[in-house]
Write a protein that binds this ligand. Structure first.
Ligand code: MG
Length: 458
């Protein structure tokens, strides 16, 4: 089990094939050596392997003299928030986010609620590879304790940033779909605090993810769409496995792409903070730039990954940021994704304006966007991408600009295209946006042919 440990965000690997308990133990030791002193807040998502990996990682940490405080099964944002709020030296989440159930992973957070940067991760990996671990004597080992108020503290702080009474007065009906993931312990309770009638589906914690695929998208949210429609609900809310993402569904069952939701929330924020900077990743729709600029703000693009967004937010003193996959970051609160406050902000907008979610979303135009992924072994990704850099722009034609902030971005006369290797799965992803369905279909099919052709040629 060799190769690089860290992917786009933290460690994410298939248990038993790419990751085992020896690695969890050594990673615990490596991280303890890196920190040298202090206390770490430790939590996990709902995965079957979670408890075992957590215990092993904790043992590694304690052997270096680092104390461990466990917060149990909670959403990743709750762990990140509590790491800052409780002034821990660092936070560690045992999670593989939205990946299938056989995956496990470990994600690191700083005391300022930022994810560890690739540079910091490399430092930990260096210690891991060197196997030069700090060893505490028996009387200097770290202690092991737990807290049970992480979720209630988090909910309290979210409500303090929400116009609770305004939302309460509307008595909204909301369907919550945590997808059997960590949000089961938070979102239904939060929404109830807002005076809403809450209907929960896939609401029991289960690491087999029996209800649906953990990644929330149009295909995996068919049940949510149906229940929202059947019950006449005002809003549908869906999370991924570790609940750092949220996707919203309108009252008529339309799944809203989150770059459009980011545009909606940005519009409202820019009214109060004129000229503000909004940060998003390279794969967000151009509609976000158009809306933000129209309202006097500015968009800055980053490589894919919530840590990249958080980093740029801090660097540019931005007022808000997020990713099209369902990440929302409110820097006034903390620098980790905050899907729960995003939910409150949507309900607040609905309550304030007296308009339905569908109606609010009408202000943000939809440009057709398509995504596809193509299998490609991790070892070949780099070589394939290098060939594509040379070959793809010419092959696709009508190129206006080539952007390489992350992967290969190509701005075309009638749309744009992004080809990038996944940091977590053996696939190359293609995203394409254009002004018409016909154009988007044509561009993505052509790009797919070129990528598949490149993978097939050795
Ligand atoms: Mg996630």
């Amino acid at each position: 089990m060799k190769g690089r440990l860290f992917g786009t965000t933290g460690v994410r690997k298939v248990y038993g094939r790419e990751f085992d308990l020896d690695m969890a133990l050594d990673l615990g030791k490596a991280f303890g050596t890196y920190l040298n002193e202090g206390t770490v807040l430790l939590a996990r998502d709902v995965r079957i392997t979670g408890k075992m990996v957590e215990d092993t990682f904790a043992a590694g940490l304690m052997s270096t003299g680092i104390s461990v405080v466990r917060a149990g099964v909670i959403p990743t944002p709750t762990l990140a928030f509590m790491t800052m709020h409780g002034r821990y030296k660092a936070g560690v989440m045992i999670t593989a986010s939205h990946n299938p159930p056989e995956y496990t992973g470990i994600k690191f957070w700083t005391a300022s609620s930022m994810g560890y940067t690739p540079h910091e991760e490399r430092e930990i990996e260096k210690i891991y590879q060197s196997r030069e671990f700090k060893r505490a004597t028996w009387d200097r080992l770290g202690s092991d304790s737990s807290i049970d108020n992480a979720v209630s503290e988090h909910i309290r702080e979210i409500l303090a940033r929400t116009k609770v009474e305004t939302i309460k007065s509307k008595e909204f009906k909301v369907v919550v779909d945590p997808g059997n993931g960590a949000a089961c312990v938070l979102t239904p309770y939060l929404v109830r605090e807002l005076g809403c009638k809450v209907i929960t589906i896939n609401g029991q914690l289960d690491g087999h993810f029996p209800g649906r695929k953990s990644e929330p998208d149009k295909e995996s949210l068919v049940d949510l769409i149906r229940v929202v429609r059947d019950t006449g609900a005002d809003l549908g809310v869906a999370h991924d496995g570790d609940s750092d993402r949220v996707v919203f569904v309108t009252e008529n069952g339309e799944v809203i792409r989150s770059d459009r939701t980011i545009a909606l929330i940005s519009m409202d924020m820019l009214k109060r903070q004129p000229g503000g900077v909004i940060v998003t990743t390279v794969d967000s729709s151009k509609v976000l730039d158009e809306i933000v600029e129209k309202h006097g703000g500015k968009v800055i693009r980053t490589p894919v990954g919530d840590i990249q967004v958080a980093f740029k937010i801090r660097e540019n003193n931005a007022i808000f940021g997020g990713e099209a996959c369902g990440v929302f970051i409110f820097p006034d609160f903390h620098l980790a994704p905050e899907p729960f406050l995003a939910t409150c902000k949507i309900l607040e907008l609905m309550a304030k304006t007296g308009r339905g979610f569908r109606d609010l979303m009408r202000e943000i135009p939809i440009y057709p966007l398509k995504k596809t992924k193509i299998q490609c072994d991790n070892e070949r990704k780099q070589e394939v991408m290098e060939t594509l850099q040379e070959k793809l722009p010419e092959a696709i034609g009508d190129v206006v600009e080539i952007i390489t902030v992350d992967g290969l971005g190509v701005s075309l006369k009638n749309g744009w295209l992004l080809v990038r290797p996944s940091g977590t799965e053996p696939v190359i992803r293609i995203t394409c946006e254009a002004r018409s369905e016909q154009d988007v279909e044509h561009i993505i099919e052509r790009a797919k042919e070129i990528v598949e052709g490149t993978i097939a040629t050795r």
